[in-house]
Design a protein around this ligand. Structure first.
Ligand SMILES: *Cc1c(COP(=O)(O)O)cnc(C)c1O
Length: 221
């Protein structure tokens, strides 16, 4: 069964990758299903998509255990802010966490990984635009925070994630994220959403987080 929104996004990812001289297989599409019900998600699963993103632990806990039981090879990514008292739930449910941004969270996740024996893929969120309302570590503190996560908390960090400011051209932010990752020898870059994933791919994104271009608008929700 095909899903028009999903097919269109896959085609655009492929074209953007080829235009950038990159192998499309090096880009993982995270279908962001926040606010959408299982009935909206199932057709996307049937069309072959296996990687999904949610921004709230509670919402994911209500929707995903059932879906995962039906399709054990689903991969679930946490792309929204994490409170340390939810670290246990997050490590239990998610296969990747994109939003580590302070030492308390890093330590809570490290403790849960040790306790549960699960190893989600881990990303550090960088607040590239230094926006006060946004989570993420500031670019100037990134190197020392990455070192802290690795050396003190003992976390295997896969890469970095950012959400550029809404009112700015995203390219400068994508490039900054890539620079920080590169000098810290991190290979995964979680960047690009419905409005800018092609540009993110041209800047080296390995994980694009795409919601509305697949599922439709969330404005009525
Ligand atoms: C909602 C969300 C997305 C997807 O946004 P779209 O514009 O619908 O593609 C990506 N990343 C994060 C962190 C989000 O919260």
């Amino acid at each position: 069964m095909s899903h028009p929104g999903l097919e269109a996004v896959r085609r655009r990812i492929r074209e953007a990758a080829l235009a950038a001289g990159r192998d499309p297989a090096g880009i993982s599409l995270i279908a962001v299903s926040k606010t959408f019900a299982a009935a909206d998600i199932e057709p996307v699963i049937s069309a072959g998509q296996r990687v999904f993103g949610e921004n709230r632990v509670q919402e994911a806990k209500a929707k995903w255990p059932d879906l995962k039981r039906k399709k054990p090879d689903l991969e679930l990514h946490l792309i929204g802010p994490l409170q340390s008292n939810k670290a246990g739930d997050a490590v239990a449910l998610f296969d990747a966490i994109h939003t580590i941004d302070r030492t308390k969270i890093a330590e809570a996740i490290a403790a849960e990984i040790a306790r549960q024996g699960r190893k989600p893929q881990l990303f550090i969120q960088i607040n590239t635009g230094l926006e006060p309302q946004k989570s993420g570590i500031g670019p100037d503190a990134a190197d020392s925070f990455i070192a802290h996560c690795r050396d003190r908390a003992g976390l295997a960090i896969a890469g970095l994630m950012c959400i550029p400011p809404l009112d700015e051209a995203p390219r400068r932010h994508f490039e900054l994220l890539r620079q920080i990752a590169s000098r810290n020898l991190l290979s995964a870059l979680s960047m690009g959403m419905s409005s800018d994933f092609e540009e993110a791919i041209s800047c080296g994104a390995t994980h694009v987080r795409v919601g509305s271009a697949i599922f439709g608008d969330r404005t009525d929700r």
